[in-house]
Design a protein around this ligand. Structure first.
Ligand code: CMC
Length: 431
């Protein structure tokens, strides 16, 4: 098969360069632009990475036009129906689904790493009661680098594996401690006999003075949400983890950077923003007025939970969540939840509106996730933390993939400089 090439011509000098085109297993080809600077002395310019593949990866594939999401080749709907979050985490980390023995060993390893150092626990007391749990979570994850010196050689594959198990095991404990701190309740230690999602519910809701019974549907819904949020190729937070990790920084620092990047409302913070938006709209009657505001570019108001950089069709995760949302609310006796009704009506109206149709704006993963979290009594400030717990598996898989690549380079983009040209310093008295 002939190797594909892309020809670049500088029309002012007539100089031509043949750029190699690389093909993946599926998806668009990429043009390798390394020679552009060498041959022509220019850089490419692509703010927001609208047309730039930042890396090669074997982990996750998205076809945004068809609404397809694959983890290591497996469609998200099949994993959502048949798998579990820990199995998906193993898949993301190792590239293959585990056999029964591998899954049992992985599960045991995660369950044995759930506790956090008591000194880390004492750090929460330094936070005010109303500190945002994302602030606590990113700080405590970063602080883990001060504790686990025994396994921090990033070029040692065994150390990387210990780190991966440790952070996936401890992120629920870290997040639950942030939640308990905000409530002023005692921290609840993990229970290693419980599944990943059930243990999370236990650490959130149990109190020392009475038994707490875990609702299996709540654990199932949570596990599903964790699967759906586990990875999403080179999104902003994953790219942040890769960029921070590319400097050789310790992996806890890199993951903490990812938690911080996730926090923004254009990314993981959207689930919190969706609920705020629904409450602000208040009732179905106010939808037209709200959508007028969204369409007015001066207003800076967006329909939160709608639109995606990659999906120009239904986000496949949104469809699965919508279905689970109905099941959870029906079970909780809240099938007539006014926020769900409002969200469904808003979705219906927006999908018929020319503004959203023309721009191919569809509901994304966060449009319905907040409604399930609320039904599970998870407070709004914890929504993005829930996302972070799930995405930790993806972040770690991407960090591992990058560090184990012998050709890894520090991420160092260039710029188009538009500031002042060189000028001489003038002392203050003469300015
Ligand atoms: N409401 C109203 N208009 C929108 C929206 C929206 N939610 N999203 C995009 N647009 C418009 C935007 O104004 C622009 O219009 P025009 O062409 O007239 O200037 C056009 O659609 C393209 O938008 P963009 O901002 O250039 O697209 P992007 O790829 O840079 O942004 C996005 C993607 C997700 C940041 C954006 O769609 C958005 O802000 N959505 C709301 C926030 C949200 O739900 N985020 C969660 C994303 S999914 C979870 C995750 O990955 O973290």
């Amino acid at each position: 098969m002939a190797t594909k090439k892309f020809e670049l011509t500088d029309v002012s000098t007539g100089k031509k360069t043949e750029l190699p085109v690389r093909s993946g297993t599926i998806g668009p080809d990429v043009v390798d632009i390394a020679a552009v600077n060498k041959d022509h002395g220019v850089f490419t310019f692509d703010p927001g990475f609208m047309a730039t593949a930042s890396t090669e990866s074997k982990i996750t594939y998205i076809d945004g036009d068809a609404g397809v999401l694959l983890y290591r080749g497996y469609p998200i709907d099949q994993l959502a129906e048949h798998s579990s979050f820990l199995e998906v985490s193993y898949l993301l980390l190792n590239g293959e689904l585990p056999n029964a023995k591998q899954l049992a060993e992985f599960t045991t390893s995660i369950q044995r790493h759930t506790m956090i150092n008591e000194s880390l626990l004492r750090m929460y007391n330094g936070f005010h009661y109303d500190a945002h749990p994302m602030a606590m979570t990113s700080a405590i994850v970063a602080s883990m680098s001060a504790f686990y010196h025994d396994s921090m050689d990033i070029y040692n594959p065994r150390h990387r594996e210990i780190f991966a198990h440790r952070i996936i095991a401890k992120i629920p404990t870290i997040s639950a401690a942030a939640y308990k701190h905000s409530l002023g309740q005692p921290f609840i230690y993990p229970r290693n006999d419980l599944g990943y999602a059930a243990n999370l519910l236990h650490m959130f809701y149990a109190v020392p003075c009475e038994p707490y019974e875990i609702d299996p549907l709540a654990a199932q819904a949570l596990d599903l949400l964790l699967i759906l949020h586990a990875d999403h190729e080179q999104n902003a937070s994953t790219s942040t983890v890769r960029l921070a990790g590319s400097t050789g920084a310790n992996p806890y620092a890199a993951i903490s950077a990812g938690v911080s990047a996730l926090w923004g409302p254009a990314h993981g913070g959207a689930n919190e923003a969706v609920l705020e938006m629904l409450e602000a709209i208040g009732s179905v009657d106010n939808i037209p007025k709200f959508l007028e505001k969204v369409k007015d570019k001066q207003s800076n108001v967006r329909l939160m939970g709608f639109g995606h950089r990659v999906y120009k069709n239904f986000d496949p995760r949104a469809k699965i969540i919508r279905e689970m949302c109905h099941k959870v609310l029906a079970k909780m006796g809240r099938a007539d939840n006014p926020l769900l009704e409002l969200a469904m009506r808003l979705e219906e109206v927006a999908l018929k509106d020319d503004y959203f149709v023309a721009r191919k704006l569809y509901p994304n993963v966060d449009f319905y996730s907040g409604i399930i979290y609320s039904a599970l009594n998870i407070p709004r400030s914890m929504f993005t933390v829930m996302f972070a717990i799930a995405r930790t598996a993806g972040w770690v898989a991407h960090w591992q993939e990058m560090i184990s690549d012998p050709g890894m380079k520090i991420g160092r983009p260039r710029q188009l400089y538009t500031g002042p040209k060189q000028r001489d310093y003038i002392p203050a008295a003469k300015r």
